[in-house]
Design a protein around this ligand. Structure first.
Ligand code: SF4
Length: 88
């Protein structure tokens, strides 16, 4: 499997990943297991149990951290000076 990346002003770049029927089957099993776990959690949630909680570590770099109320909106912009300016 080949992923292509295009960046303006640069030649196309690509990365190749080994993928085959065995890996496809493993991915299918992993997804089925995760979906089964989620179904169980939702069933328990409907019965009044809270959903499992994360300890916060994965939230530090997650795009949904503000929506999940794991960081405040102001904290989301603390790293804005590290973003390179785009010349128009
Ligand atoms: S911010 Fe929300 S979605 Fe992201 S890792 Fe934390 S709990 Fe999960």
């Amino acid at each position: 499997m080949t992923y292509w990346f295009m960046e303006p002003g640069k030649p196309p770049a690509s990365l190749r990943f080994q993928y085959n029927a065995t890996l496809h089957q493993q991915t299918q099993q992993d997804l089925a297991q995760t979906l089964g776990q989620l179904t169980e959690w939702l069933k328990n949630y409907d019965a009044g149990e809270p959903l499992p909680q994360v300890d916060g570590r994965p939230c530090q770099s997650c795009a949904f951290a503000v929506r999940c109320q794991k960081v405040r909106r102001e904290e989301e912009w603390l790293g804005v000076e590290a973003i390179e300016e785009v010349v128009i």
